[in-house]
Design a protein around this ligand. Sequence first.
Ligand SMILES: NC(=O)c1ccc[n+]([C@@H]2O[C@H](COP(=O)([O-])OP(=O)(O)OC[C@H]3O[C@@H](n4cnc5c(N)ncnc54)[C@H](O)[C@@H]3O)[C@@H](O)[C@H]2O)c1
Length: 179
Amino acid sequence: MVNKENRRLKVGVLGCGPIAQFAHFESCQKGRNTDLYAICDFADDLRERMNAVWQPQVSYANYEAMLDDPLVEAVVIATADSFHVPMALQAVKAGKHVLIEKPLSHSLAECQALAEAAANTGVIIQVAHMKRFDPNIAFAKTFIDNRLGEMLAFKAWYCDSTHRYTIYRQLTTTSRTKQ
Ligand SMILES: NC(=O)c1ccc[n+]([C@@H]2O[C@H](COP(=O)([O-])OP(=O)(O)OC[C@H]3O[C@@H](n4cnc5c(N)ncnc54)[C@H](O)[C@@H]3O)[C@@H](O)[C@H]2O)c1
């Protein structure tokens, strides 16, 4: 059980795909200072399913409509890579803080344009490089830096949960069967 703070950021998550399902919905709900206020996806069946599971206060089929909601304070952009910067620019224009899925963009110029658009607006932009905040990774980094001596070569593995693919397959199969 999470002890929620009184002041909580109302977050709207754009995109109900795998990464929203496996990371963002739960994080917003579990965060001490965040609420999963809104979700948005133009795929009706997926959005309705996620609405039933996560029960945000509102759900939107249209991103602009979510940005127009004055109660939304921050958005998570969990759509395909090529939409990240254009959608983040819309959020900045609407005065919403933005967490953007990685990679931010495939183009350096786009990244710079976003940084320029956000400068001096008071809007906070962050890319979801969440491993930088993972204590296990931080421990490994400190260990490598301080204990291993001079580095001659580096090879690493990262193991993720395999359950998420099974869950995703089940969701999409059910959704297809219903059509
Ligand atoms: N899936 C992962 O494990 C993972 C891990 C790390 C990073 N990412 C990154 O996260 C991003 C999203 O990944 P995903 O696998 O969830 O993508 P996805 O394409 O499966 O899901 C995106 C969802 O956004 C919706 N959408 C797209 N444009 C929209 C719009 N204009 N309005 C409303 N809804 C819209 C789509 O209908 C879709 O359901 C990608 O950039 C990916 O690189 C994913």
